[in-house]
Structure formats: structure tokens, C-alpha cells
Design a protein around this ligand. Structure first.
Ligand SMILES: NC(=O)c1ccc[n+]([C@@H]2O[C@H](COP(=O)([O-])OP(=O)(O)OC[C@H]3O[C@@H](n4cnc5c(N)ncnc54)[C@H](O)[C@@H]3O)[C@@H](O)[C@H]2O)c1
Length: 270
């Protein structure tokens, strides 16, 4: 390990179980010397395994529904108390579509579901940054990262309304990131990750085909959750201080490939 986050303090949203990308980020952040608070929706506390991660990383847990300004305000205030100062890094690793959960086709969305999923998956990122910005809770050169997926920019039919939520999320990163950079020297980026077998990922219809296709299209193969954690740590470190307002592809090259030999072979008759 490289002590890349030695002395840094953070808040990590979205670790549900050991498959979660946020879980791997927390493990790596701990290895790199960071101290942080773990948070998730109160309901996830009952479903998930967050206590195990908290023990392993010597962290405290503060439950917060990321759509609630009251919960987020409490989270940020308590985190600064627990960590003894301002925050250096924040991971937003949150996604949920009610339309997907309830099996509604994209062409037949139920709009209460659409609104709820948009609030949880996209607007929550604005709310998190609103609280951090207005409380001046971030240290200069701090780093805020949210996780996204390529369906924000290209069609993946079964990604449903999460595609729209991710487009909105990426736009928030740029728009809020501008003010955060200008006023407080804080950077804001999204990482666009390969399909990854997690609770949220596996909820996408046809996920097995989806992940295999992406793997065969990508010259380096799919990026795993552990790979994503490594990349995220680099974005939290001082080695990437001038990177901001970016949507950073972390996908083994998938996003720039038109077709690969392996995929061509599947369609070539000999
Ligand atoms: N798994 C993939 O294929 C993949 C690919 C690209 C991007 N992502 C993104 O990575 C992020 C993390 O997802 P994951 O794959 O690790 O799955 P995950 O299911 O482990 O994590 C999703 C998290 O969102 C949390 N959450 C849901 N509603 C919430 C709320 N109201 N308040 C606070 N937290 C809430 C859940 O409790 C859970 O911990 C998501 O943004 C997801 O869209 C995932």
C-alpha cells in the first residue's frame, strides 16, 4: 500500500454487502490510511452487512436516506465531529429504480416510480453536495466522486430509466462541480464503471448476457469492483488534484470500441 490517503477523512455512501463497489472502496481507503464514516439508507442497515465493514475498517456508521436533507445535514455535521474536522473525500455510490424493481417496461413507466428513482439515484447527489457546499464541510482540494454507467450516453435497452438518471447525475457533477471548484477548490467527477455483479447491477434484466458482452467487447476485459476501488482511491488522492468536471470511463476500453474480434467471431459464418 502507498499511504495515498494518509490523514484524509471521508464519507462513503452505498456499501450494502461485500459485493458493493462502495464496500471495496472502503476497504482500500482503510488500507491507504484514511478515516471515514460509512452511511446507507436506514432500511439497508437491516438488509445489509454494514457492521462487519465498520468493524473491519474501524469506522462509525451514520444512517441517512440520501433523499432527505435533514438526514444529510445530520450526517455531515456528525461526520465532522467524529472525524475531528472537514472532509477530504466523498463517494456517492447509490442507485435504485422502482420501475426496474417492479418490472415496468421503459415504454410503460409509472411516473411516481420514475420520480422516486430519479430522486434516489440522481438528485441525491445534488443534495449531498448542497449540504457539503453550504456548510463549507470540504477541505480545499477535496474530491467528490459518484458512480455512473455508460447507458447515460448510449442505448442499453434493459437499463430502463436508470439511463436517464445517470445522464442527470453526470450533468449534476459538471454543474455543481463548477461552483465547488470555483468557490472552494473541490473537485467533482463521475466514474463510469463496467457492469459489475452487485445487488444493484444484478437487478438489471439480462445482466448475465450484458456483463459477458461487455467483457468480450473490452480489450482489457471488464473492470471489477476491486479495480474500481483502486481507481476511486486515485481520484481521492492528491495525485489527481486538477481533474474535475469529468466523466471518467473505467471500463477496460469498452466505451471506445465499435466491435471486437470476439464479438465479430460470434456473428461470422465459416
Ligand atoms: N453494478 C454495476 O453494474 C454498476 C455499473 C456502473 C455503475 N454502477 C453504480 O455503482 C453504484 C453502486 O452500486 P453497486 O453496483 O455497488 O450496488 P449496491 O446495490 O451494492 O449499491 C447500491 C446502494 O445504494 C443504496 N441506496 C439505495 N437507496 C438509497 C437511499 N435512499 N439512500 C442512501 N442509499 C441508498 C443501497 O442501500 C446500496 O447500498 C450505483 O450508483 C450504481 O448505479 C453500478
Amino acid at each position: 500500500m502507498y499511504n495515498l490517503l494518509k490523514g484524509k477523512k471521508g464519507i462513503i455512501f452505498g456499501a450494502l454487502n461485500e459485493h458493493s463497489i462502495a464496500w471495496k472502496v472502503a476497504e482500500r481507503a482503510h488500507e491507504e490510511g484514511a478515516e471515514f464514516v460509512l452511511t446507507n439508507a436506514p432500511i439497508a442497515m437491516r438488509m445489509g452487512d454494514l457492521n462487519t465493514l465498520a468493524e473491519k475498517t474501524g469506522s462509525q456508521i451514520i444512517p441517512a436516506d440520501a433523499t432527505s436533507m435533514e438526514d444529510l445535514t445530520n450526517l455531515v455535521e456528525k461526520s465532522m465531529e467524529i472525524l475531528g474536522g472537514k472532509i477530504d473525500f466523498v463517494l456517492h455510490s447509490i442507485g435504485m429504480s422502482v420501475n426496474v424493481r417492479k418490472g415496468r417496461h421503459y415504454t410503460d413507466s409509472k411516473y411516481e416510480f420514475t420520480t422516486k428513482g430519479w430522486d434516489v439515484s440522481a438528485v441525491s447527489f445534488h443534495k449531498v453536495m448542497n449540504v457539503l457546499y453550504n456548510k463549507k464541510a470540504m477541505n480545499e482540494w477535496g474530491s467528490i466522486v459518484a458512480l455512473t454507467y455508460m447507458a447515460s450516453q448510449r442505448v442499453f435497452p434493459d437499463y430502463n430509466d436508470m439511463a436517464d438518471n445517470k445522464a442527470y447525475l453526470e450533468s449534476i457533477a459538471r454543474s455543481f462541480g463548477y461552483f465547488f471548484g470555483r468557490d472552494q477548490k473541490v473537485r467533482v467527477n463521475t466514474i463510469s464503471q463496467s457492469p459489475t455483479p452487485t445487488t444493484a447491477g444484478s437487478g438489471v434484466k439480462g445482466f448475465d448476457g450484458f456483463i459477458k458482452y461487455a467483457d468480450e467487447m473490452s480489450p482489457l476485459g471488464n473492470a471489477t469492483a476491486a479495480d474500481c476501488a483502486d481507481y476511486t482511491i486515485s481520484m481521492f488522492s492528491d495525485l489527481t488534484k486538477k481533474v474535475t468536471l469529468q466523466n471518467l470511463f473505467h471500463d477496460g476500453g469498452f466505451s471506445n470500441v465499435g466491435v471486437s474480434d470476439k464479438v465479430m467471431d460470434a456473428f461470422t459464418e465459416d
